[in-house]
Design a protein around this ligand. Structure first.
Ligand code: IMP
Length: 183
């Protein structure tokens, strides 16, 4: 859906559809080069990373497998709870495999930090992260995010997979949600 359809509910567009497409192509090429000759399992974090995974995996030119995890993060609010719970686990066994976690956004980094440790403890050979978006808080966390699409200001955003109360995921761009929607 085009952002113009919900213009009254957003304050500004931060990343356009064209910018996402161009950056995803760059990330795909860098990741292809980094894993050349290796077998790679892409682990997407539901539901926010669905759009990013779909575009990134198709832009990549090395063979990959795709699997998904769902973990709890924000519930229905806009503040991180710090509590991580597996809602849906991987189908694949990561033992002995190279794993790339595909994340929509890193905010506090709590979710990612927990996930990276969890997959490492299951015996993955390597666990790296690509995140489309990063907020300023994430810089403080001890998680190695190898590839970042865009750095954002500290505002609540929706679109391209990201939601507020399950709405706005289908927007083609990333936009700041108007505070009047959640206050
Ligand atoms: P963290 O644990 O604080 O890094 O939060 C990560 C998760 O919270 C992301 O995977 C998103 O699902 C969600 N999240 C964080 N910031 C936003 C936002 O601005 N809009 C929508 N979801 C967000």
């Amino acid at each position: 859906m085009d952002v113009s359809k919900v213009a009254d509910q957003i304050t500004k567009v931060l990343v356009t559809e064209e910018q996402i497409k161009a950056r995803v192509a760059e990330l795909a090429a860098e990741i292809d080069a980094a894993y050349a000759g290796k077998e790679l399992l892409l682990v997407g974090v539901l539901k926010g990373a669905v759009m990013f995974m779909a575009d990134l995996s198709r832009a990549m030119q090395i063979p990959t497998q795709v699997d998904w995890m769902a973990v709890s993060s924000y519930g229905s609010g806009t503040v991180s709870s710090g509590v991580v719970r597996i809602l849906k686990d991987l189908d694949a066994d990561v033992l002995g495999r190279h794993v790339l976690i595909v994340e929509d956004i890193v905010d506090s980094g709590l979710t990612l930090s927990w996930l990276a440790h969890n997959l490492t403890n299951r015996g993955a050979v390597s666990v790296k992260v690509v995140a489309l978006l990063r907020k300023p808080e994430a810089a403080k966390v001890d998680v190695n995010v190898e590839w970042i699409g865009f750095d954002l200001p500290n505002e609540f955003v929706v679109g391209y997979g990201l939601d507020y109360n399950e709405n706005y995921r289908s927007l083609t761009s990333v936009a700041v949600l108007s505070p009047k929607v959640y206050s």
